[in-house]
Design a protein around this ligand. Structure first.
Ligand SMILES: [Zn+2]
Length: 80
């Protein structure tokens, strides 16, 4: 990863150590794929009875996580 400066108006929070990354500070981003359970029904079309096991499927979604400069370097993610 490459460290970038936080240009977002809002502060970011490091996923690993919960340090707040203020605007202008450097941070790194990693994309992780996480599994989520989903049914074949839309959220408001679900049957009222209990949803059977077969109706659930795992979908993997990709999500970006922010990390502070220190954690990025300590994990060896920063390529120089
Ligand atoms: Zn951190």
């Amino acid at each position: 990863m490459k460290l970038k400066a936080n240009r977002k108006r809002a502060e970011r929070v490091c996923t690993q150590c919960d340090t707040v990354i203020p605007r202008g500070e450097k941070y790194g981003q990693k994309t992780k794929s996480i599994g989520m359970l989903q049914t074949s029904w839309g959220i408001d079309r679900r049957p009222t009875e209990e949803i059977p096991d077969w109706a659930w499927s795992t979908v993997r979604i990709r999500k970006e996580f922010d990390y502070c400069e220190k954690c990025s370097i300590e994990n060896g993610w920063v390529n120089s």
